[in-house]
Design a protein around this ligand. Structure first.
Ligand SMILES: Nc1ncnc2c1ncn2[C@@H]1O[C@H](COP(=O)(O)OP(=O)(O)OP(=O)(O)O)[C@@H](O)[C@H]1O
Ligand SMILES: [Mg+2]
Length: 453
């Protein structure tokens, strides 16, 4: 192992200050995987990552005026003594090939090494580990505990950073472990072209209760007043769907239920005016029950949503499939081991109410016991994903973020071990930190996601 530097005064259990040897400076990069061998505990390696790399000089201090500033050529005579300091954020210790928690403080004067990732290989063995990439500098294939998929996953990063690719790698790893994965492909370009089992969203039947919500949306009818009527009309509708046919059926239904004349008139008028003919036409070809989508013996199953253009219909498809999965586990009283992938999650689980949000929220809150989980991907966290949903994401992958507030948002429920916006801003596509339950180290590790076509 290459010796990198020496521990100086001020170490704690959570941060070890280090000075870097001049000869090793080029190895002193942010997020380098390092090992510290405590001089008073030689059998043990403290494993951590290098952060806050800082270049210093004992004379040319930031807040002290020196002659160098007015005579910069003086610096050429070799009297300056630059040095590099950093901190090691310790994540775990390894002793006799076993991983342990950090319990004691490293002694100043201990040596710091660039860690050879092969030393970690033996520490995490088991069939429950999956791999989506390797640690950026050391090439260590960070094992991720697939069992924690039941605690849900979030993938966040600016456009083009590789969220959808990363999600595909996750899908491939999970299906290889006989997990059932259902992908809602918002645009039809990120997933549908790459998998064999693809269903058109326009083939899937929307149950009456959810259809009623869509009708309220497309016809701009207030749920408080019209929700119940729409539900009953959707449930009792028979035969071929058409706009005029449904408008008349809704009005008849409302009259039968003693709705006021004006209220019934308005419902009929709004359906005729705001809902499109095409919307009703398409209902006739939505014949595949969500139940049969879930019964397909393949994984992953991709639902190509590009066939639907209306967002509330897309949301209804998500709600229909997830609610059907819930109905099934409750009926059969046995867990399902199903993962729902929702990319472009800002359309489905934002802070405001949407048709699909309740189903997603229930799944992140209570899905664990029933083996129902979600993978959400989105550019932003705050705003894009409802607070009660994002707080239930057990594992988070994050890359360069568009808004600084998003990093603070993650730090509110996860230990980020002093990762800062500066480091995130430097990330390249395919580079993601992973933090949370699937990561056996819990705290963020910088991964380079494996290449996918
Ligand atoms: N793991 C990877 N392997 C190969 N190429 C990748 C990988 N990750 C990202 N890329 C490259 O970056 C591009 C953007 O990736 P991707 O579509 O996954 O980004 P995204 O974060 O989902 O963006 P958006 O927010 O716009 O959906 C890809 O077209 C590809 O060229
Ligand atoms: Mg994407």
């Amino acid at each position: 192992m290459r010796e990198l530097g020496i521990v100086v005064s001020g170490a704690t259990v959570s941060a070890i200050p280090v000075q870097i040897y001049r000869s090793a400076e080029r190895y002193a990069v942010e997020e380098q995987l390092v090992g510290v061998i405590d001089r008073e505990n030689p059998g043990e390696i403290v494993v951590g990552f290098l952060r806050r790399i800082t270049k210093l000089e004992p004379v040319m201090k930031e807040r002290v005026r020196t002659p160098y500033v007015d005579r910069p050529e003086m610096a050429n005579y070799g009297i300056i003594l630059p040095y590099t300091s950093a901190i090691v954020k310790p994540y775990m210790t390894i002793k006799d090939g076993e991983v342990r928690e950090i319990t004691h403080v490293v002694t100043p004067g201990s040596r710091v090494y660039v860690l050879d990732a092969s030393l970690l290989g033996g520490a995490f063995r088991g069939s429950h580990y999956i791999h989506v990439g390797t640690h950026k500098h050391s090439g260590w294939p960070l094992p991720l505990d697939a069992r924690y998929i039941t605690h849900h996953v979030g993938v966040f990063g600016a456009t083009g950073m590789g969220k959808s690719r990363l999600v595909r790698v996750l899908i491939d790893e999970l299906t290889a472990r006989s997990c059932r994965v259902v992908v809602f492909d918002h645009t039809g370009v990120d997933y549908a072209p790459y998998y064999r089992t693809v269903i058109k969203s326009t083939d899937i039947r929307i149950p009456p209760s959810i259809l009623a919500s869509v009708l309220a949306r497309v016809a701009q009818l207030h749920w408080q007043t019209y929700g119940e009527y729409l539900e009953i009309a959707a449930m009792t509708h028979e035969g071929k769907w058409s706009r005029d046919g449904f408008a008349a059926h809704l009005k008849r239904t409302m009259k039968r239920l003693n709705a006021r004349e004006a209220t019934a008139e308005k419902a009929e008028l709004f359906i005729r005016n705001f809902a499109s003919e095409q919307f009703f036409e398409e209902l006739n070809s939505r014949v595949m029950p969500p139940e049969s989508v879930l019964s397909i013996d393949a994984s992953p199953i991709v639902i190509d949503m590009s066939y639907d253009t209306d967002l509330s219909v897309k949301q209804a498809i998500v709600a229909s499939v997830i609610e059907t999965a819930w109905a099934r586990v409750k009926r059969e009283r046995k867990p399902a081991s199903t993962v729902f992938v929702i990319d472009e999650a800002q359309n489905y689980a934002p802070s405001e109410w949407t048709i699909s949000k309740d189903a997603i929220e229930t799944t992140v809150r209570e899905g664990r016991k029933w083996g129902l989980s979600v993978i959400l991907a989105s550019q932003r966290i705050a705003g894009d994903v409802d607070p009660s949903i994002r707080a239930n994401l057990g594992t988070v992958f994050f890359s360069r973020l568009t808004a600084p507030a998003d990093l603070r948002e993650i730090s509110a429920y996860m230990d980020l071990a002093e990762i800062n916006e500066g480091v995130l801003a430097q990330l390249q596509p395919r580079e993601f930190f992973v933090a949370g339950l699937m990561n056996p180290l819990r705290k963020p590790v910088l991964l380079r996601v494996r290449e996918v076509a």
